[in-house]
Design a protein around this ligand. Structure first.
Ligand code: AHM
Ligand code: MG
Length: 340
């Protein structure tokens, strides 16, 4: 038998990053390769989340055309009116997460109770907390809305329980948000910085467009619902008074959009506890924690005013907290008013 001439038959392929596009799946696989003994489960889970984001993005775009705007007529556990797109987005994410086979518990803003995946063939080691469609008040007028998610890992695969869900934000292993805006952007961290992927609708893939995002240490924008001013406590009033003469005000009313701008341009976003919303409005497990984690991964800060937001431990899955997040120096200025 003739021998193969190695010189002419084989050509070495360059495995380094070239000028080609980096899809999110490829990026996650690269991250996985850097972790010893990685099982690939998080890669599969993030692929399911990408699918959910693409699916929701497509429905958000079509909503006015296929009778998806408006209310369902029912309200959720928080007593808020539920929109048709809220329900659809919740179903899309639940189905995608269960089908990944990598979750044991799901916590959604739209569901009163924790969803338990009992079937052993679909059961994994991750807990996903999520707000399937955040910024509901902006759905019907076509303003940016988003999905927010946080991922925890069970302490012990064989005995998952409530201790795996009711825990400090410091235990997050990954988090992200997807903004459905003038472009669709998935911002993710798996604990190695903050990275942004833009959906290319032509090929249906999230492409790495914002690697290693760093929040400027100080910004020039403050973002808060100032219509609540009369309910604010004294430190919040004094802080807002101090920035309003020197900063610009920007407030979309969708946390994902307000945080996305804050991450890219710097500044501060706040939804504090006040005399109307005694514990704030935003929910700890699927709004405050994921955003706090992401902001910290970009070198920013997230605080209740009195402590780091990630150091809170909720007592119930739908517990709320006040939160301030953004540029480290701006958050420090706010905290100084609380210390005074
Ligand atoms: P939602 O989950 O029902 O949409 O509520 C959360 C939203 C956030 O996106 C946003 O930061 C906040 O509520 C806006 O609230 P308000 O309208 O009180 O300013
Ligand atoms: Mg929400």
């Amino acid at each position: 038998m003739a021998e193969i001439d190695n010189e002419t038959v084989f050509e070495k392929i360059n495995t380094g990053v070239g000028t080609d596009l980096i899809t999110m799946t490829r990026w996650v696989l690269d991250q996985q390769r850097k972790v010893q003994d990685a099982s690939g489960d998080l890669t599969i889970l993030l692929t399911a989340i990408q699918f959910g984001c693409k699916f929701v993005a497509s429905k958000v775009k079509q909503a006015g055309l296929i009778n998806l705007l408006g209310l369902t007529g029912s309200s959720n556990v928080q007593g808020e009116d539920v929109k048709k797109l809220d329900v659809l987005a919740n179903d899309i994410f639940k189905n995608a997460l269960v089908a990944s086979g990598k979750c044991c518990f799901l916590v959604s803003e739209e569901d009163e109770r924790v969803m338990v995946i009992e079937d052993p063939s679909f059961r994994g080691k991750y807990i996903v907390t999520f707000d399937p469609l955040d910024g509901s008040s902006n759905i019907d007028c076509g303003v940016s809305i988003g999905t927010i998610f946080g991922i925890f890992k069970v302490h012990d695969d064989h005995a998952p329980g409530s201790k795996d869900i009711i825990r400090s934000g410091r235990d997050l292993v990954a988090a992200g948000y997807c903004m459905y805006g003038s472009y669709v952007e998935l911002i993710v961290s798996v604990g190695t910085g903050l990275h942004g992927f833009t959906l290319d609708p032509a090929i249906g893939e999230f492409i790495l467009t914002h690697p290693s995002i760093r929040i400027p240490s100080r910004g020039k924008i403050y973002s808060i619902n100032e219509g609540n001013y009369k309910y604010f406590d004294e430190p919040t009033k004094k802080y807002v008074d101090s920035v309003k003469t020197k900063y610009s005000a920007r407030y979309v009313g969708s946390m994902v959009a307000d945080v996305h701008r804050t991450v890219l341009y710097g500044g501060i976003f706040g939804y504090p506890a006040d005399s109307k919303s005694k514990n704030g409005k935003l929910r700890i497990l699927y709004e405050v924690f994921p955003m706090a984690y992401l902001v910290e991964q970009a070198g920013g800060r997230a605080s209740t005013g009195k402590q780091d937001a990630l150091d809170i431990t909720p007592r119930h899955i739908h517990d709320r907290s006040g939160v301030w997040l953004g540029s480290a120096d701006d958050v420090a200025d706010l905290e100084a008013f609380y210390r005074a």
